[in-house]
Design a binder for this molecule. Structure first.
Ligand SMILES: Nc1ncnc2c1ncn2[C@@H]1O[C@H](COP(=O)(O)OP(=O)(O)OP(=O)(O)O)[C@@H](O)[C@H]1O
Ligand SMILES: [Mg+2]
Length: 222
């Protein structure tokens, strides 16, 4: 089943008189259960592509369909709804709210409140191995633990798609590999579709597909 369909996607940024082609005509299909690794040099357009897929940004032209919904035509409300229901984001710098505990950070992302919320928060924290850190503030957690909280937060709405932008960039290699193993398990056991931007050779080993981006274009696809 096709999860994400991208056709001739273009994203340009205007900077003064210059136009930057951050994404410059990308075609890409991601199937359910894929583990797609995106590589490429700095400034090649990887993060921009991920943000377009997640509906955090709008393309200049081209078409992008996520779980059958055309994001290019959708209203802002519709895109927000699609994102909350289908997508979990994980970033390099964790992006946790510093004044909230681990469990409150997870709770803050809940899209639809229900009486099972407590149980679900405990479950996702368990899934990332953080049960005994639930009431800690981010500042009292290691980088790896903070990233686990961020993953738990991304999982709270049981997203079909996980988008991770260099999630191990701020971690030492051993901790980074533990984080990548969590993503791999989510893909293998929960059948969640993962798109991962990374420089890690470790991750490339279990990718179902590797796409290399250069100057906003796909330069290689394995
Ligand atoms: N909001 C913005 N306004 C203007 N230019 C931008 C903006 N966001 C990105 N760019 C430019 O678009 C190009 C692609 O940026 P992007 O962040 O997608 O690259 P990247 O592949 O993620 O790089 P890195 O590996 O360093 O994270 C770069 O030239 C960047 O400077
Ligand atoms: Mg980037």
């Amino acid at each position: 089943m096709t999860m994400i369909e991208i056709k001739n996607l273009i994203k340009q940024y205007k900077q003064g008189t210059k136009t930057i082609k951050a994404v410059d005509g990308i075609d890409l299909t991601v199937k359910q259960g894929d583990f797609l690794v995106v590589i490429g040099p700095s400034g090649s357009g990887k993060s921009t592509l991920l943000q377009l897929i997640g509906g955090l940004d709008r393309p200049t032209s081209g078409k992008i369909t996520v779980t059958g919904q055309d994001l290019t035509r959708a209203s802002e409300n519709r895109i927000t709804k699609m994102r909350r229901e289908n997508i979990g984001f994980i970033f390099q710098n964790f992006n946790l709210i510093p004044t909230l505990t681990a469990s409150q950070n997870v709770e803050s992302a809940i899209a639809k409140r229900s009486k099972d919320d407590r149980k679900r928060i405990v479950e996702v924290l368990e899934k990332v191995g953080l049960t005994n850190r639930a009431n800690h503030l981010p500042s009292l957690l290691s980088g790896g633990e903070q990233q686990r909280v961020a993953i738990a937060r991304a999982l709270i709405n049981d997203p079909k798609i996980i988008l991770a932008d260099e999630p191990t960039g701020n971690l030492d290699s051993k901790t980074g590999e533990e984080i990548l193993d969590i993503l791999r398990n989510l893909n293998k056991e929960n059948h969640q579709t993962v798109i991962l931007i990374t420089h890690s050779e470790y991750a490339k080993r279990y990718a179902t597909k590797i796409v290399e981006i250069k100057d906003g274009k796909i330069s290689d696809s394995i």
